[in-house]
Design a protein around this ligand. Sequence first.
Ligand SMILES: Cc1cc2nc3c(=O)[nH]c(=O)nc-3n(C[C@H](O)[C@H](O)[C@H](O)COP(=O)(O)O)c2cc1C
Length: 306
Amino acid sequence: MSEVDLSVTLAGVRLKNPIVPVSGTFGFGREYGQYFDLERLGGMCVKGLTLHPRNGNPPPRVAETPMGMLNSVGLQNPGVEAFLAQEWPRLRELDTVTIANISGNTPAEYGQMCEMLSAAGVPLIEVNVSCPNVKAGGLAYGTRPDLAAEVTREAKAHAGRTPVMVKLSPNVTDIAGIARAVADAGADAISLINTLRGMRIDTETRRPILRMNTGGLSGPAVLPVALRMVWEVHSAVDLPILGMGGVSDALTAVEMLLAGATAVGMGSAIFADPMAPVKTIQGLEDWCAEHGVSAVRELTGGVRPW
Ligand SMILES: Cc1cc2nc3c(=O)[nH]c(=O)nc-3n(C[C@H](O)[C@H](O)[C@H](O)COP(=O)(O)O)c2cc1C
């Protein structure tokens, strides 16, 4: 029995520890289940779901960057119905919290998906209003407070008792304003950050490396931006936060908690090391023990600004 209490509560849902692989970097958990026991995770967020299946964008759709990566995958997924039929029955048996991430073309589509996921008993829904890689909806909803609020209201109206977490885009100047809008609209939690829009260019062909020209930047390069935004949102609204963006190990996870996160997402780091989430859980426990922290939740918002 661990002396450190690693459990946290996110939107009323108990996670055994704060570490959660994030949407789009963990598939539906099948592949990573070969590396470690998925039940060691606090939770896992599945690939972004849409009402209908999507093939995503044409390749190349990933590019390396210094300390990070660009992607323009574009929500390739089998659709929410196939998820419920093919993945959810396996996932619901696991002793870890599955978070369903959804993206809609219209507020009504978000509502429809919430209804289906809630009826199936999915414990937590993450509403993505921040995908930079799709033409309709997506990022547009996440960059305007009124639209983000509208999607949140629609999701809440159809999610029954299932809590709704809204995932914010960093591609805005006033992240606190967007957070306040979704909080006022009834969100149960907030997650951030999604990817930052970026671009690379092949100097020989003079063509952008990504077929879509631009994509979303993630990985260690975005950590400082993510920390700043989590801190600003934590200061602006009284909602639990799933903080993500550049977290790669226990120390960066502690930074994310101190900035104001209740739970911590890891994405790109898993591509570099599939064991990163379990190493981070162990490292977090060790760090807490070494620093006399008896419960990891005590760290949330513990930064001491000058
Ligand atoms: C290849 C890839 C695919 C992603 N797909 C999704 C997605 O479907 N839905 C979503 O909300 N975020 C998606 N994201 C964003 C991540 O969930 C996360 O917000 C972002 O990568 C920052 O975390 P990281 O720096 O730990 O990777 C994706 C990221 C990557 C790298």
